[in-house]
Design a protein around this ligand. Structure first.
Ligand SMILES: [Zn+2]
Length: 295
């Protein structure tokens, strides 16, 4: 089973900005020693959260070096920039230009997850078209440069802005509009469940969506919404989702995506991380019939 865990690029580079990250670094002294702890617990992938196209090159490089020197692989939470013109992918996304030599030469490409364009006002169709245009350009240039990347379009939480990615249909319209082998879906299960609870999503996504899932974001729900630790039975909504992917022989990463700042005053980041990993492993080890009806 491929278990991943999201950490901020700044934490991984040893220069944290967020309060939860700072507390974590104070306790572990170096990002490497926290990665060792995660690795011992069964995590093999670390997702850099979030990498903007214009971010400092060295910061991203330092973060990737930390992950690779721990013997782990990366995934990237990217961001669609304003610029989609350039002759190479790295002209559009310069901040990750330096990491190629650190990516191991194995058949699995590095997943870059993106949110679609969204806006406070405007038309969903236009944002959808813009996303299709930008990501199409990305993958065209990835092909041209023979780059080891795939792109996952994430299903977002419906939060009152204009966002074409808050429904499976909206995400699929974009993925099918791009229609390229490098592009699939990131199923953020916490977002999806929140949308279901709010009456804007079905109990389970349709097969067309499930078939296109190449990456996941997994988190619990808490007082301030999403990105809380995975703790059963509250996070039991994850069980049928994960069973669904298992039954479709999903080969991608089960990536835990927690926002430490939301809860670290009550639950230290490392305790939350380790508990979530254990609970995810428990869910992954369940027989398919168990818990399927528990939601
Ligand atoms: Zn997510």
């Amino acid at each position: 089973m491929n278990i991943g865990f999201s950490l901020t690029t700044e934490f991984l580079a040893g220069t944290p900005i967020k309060t939860g990250d700072k507390a974590l670094l104070d306790k572990y002294q170096s990002p490497e020693s926290f990665l060792e702890t995660l690795k011992e617990r069964g995590v093999h992938y670390i997702e850099l959260r979030n990498v903007k196209p214009g971010m400092d090159n060295k910061l991203v490089l330092d973060a990737v070096k930390t992950v690779r020197s721990a013997g782990m692989d990366i995934t990237i939470h990217g961001v669609l920039g304003e610029n989609d013109t350039g002759k190479s992918f790295f002209e559009i996304f310069p901040s990750i230009a330096g990491i190629l030599e650190l990516i191991p030469d194995h058949p699995d490409r590095v997943i870059i997850t993106v949110h679609t364009y969204s806006d406070k006002t405007g038309h969903s169709d236009e944002l959808s078209e813009r996303t299709i245009k930008t990501v199409s350009r990305w993958v065209e240039l990835m092909d041209k440069g023979d780059l080891p990347f795939n792109v996952a379009v994430e299903i977002n939480r419906s939060k009152g802005i204009v966002d074409p990615s808050v429904s499976c249909e909206g995400v699929m319209r974009i993925v099918e509009g791009i229609n390229h082998g490098r592009v699939g879906v990131c199923w953020d299960m916490g977002h999806y469940y929140t949308n279901f609870k709010n009456g804007v999503a079905e109990k389970m996504p349709g097969e067309d969506f499930i078939k296109k899932v190449i990456h996941t974001h997994i988190h619990g729900i808490g007082e301030q919404g999403t990105h809380y630790p995975v703790i059963l039975p509250e996070a039991g909504f994850l069980i049928p989702y994960i069973n669904k992917l298992k039954s479709r022989e999903y080969k991608g990463v089960y990536n835990l995506e927690l926002t430490f700042d939301k809860f670290f005053m009550d639950t230290p980041a490392d305790a939350a991380a380790l508990k979530s990993i254990d609970q995810l492993k428990f869910i992954l080890s369940m027989e398919e019939s168990e818990g399927t009806e528990s939601v």
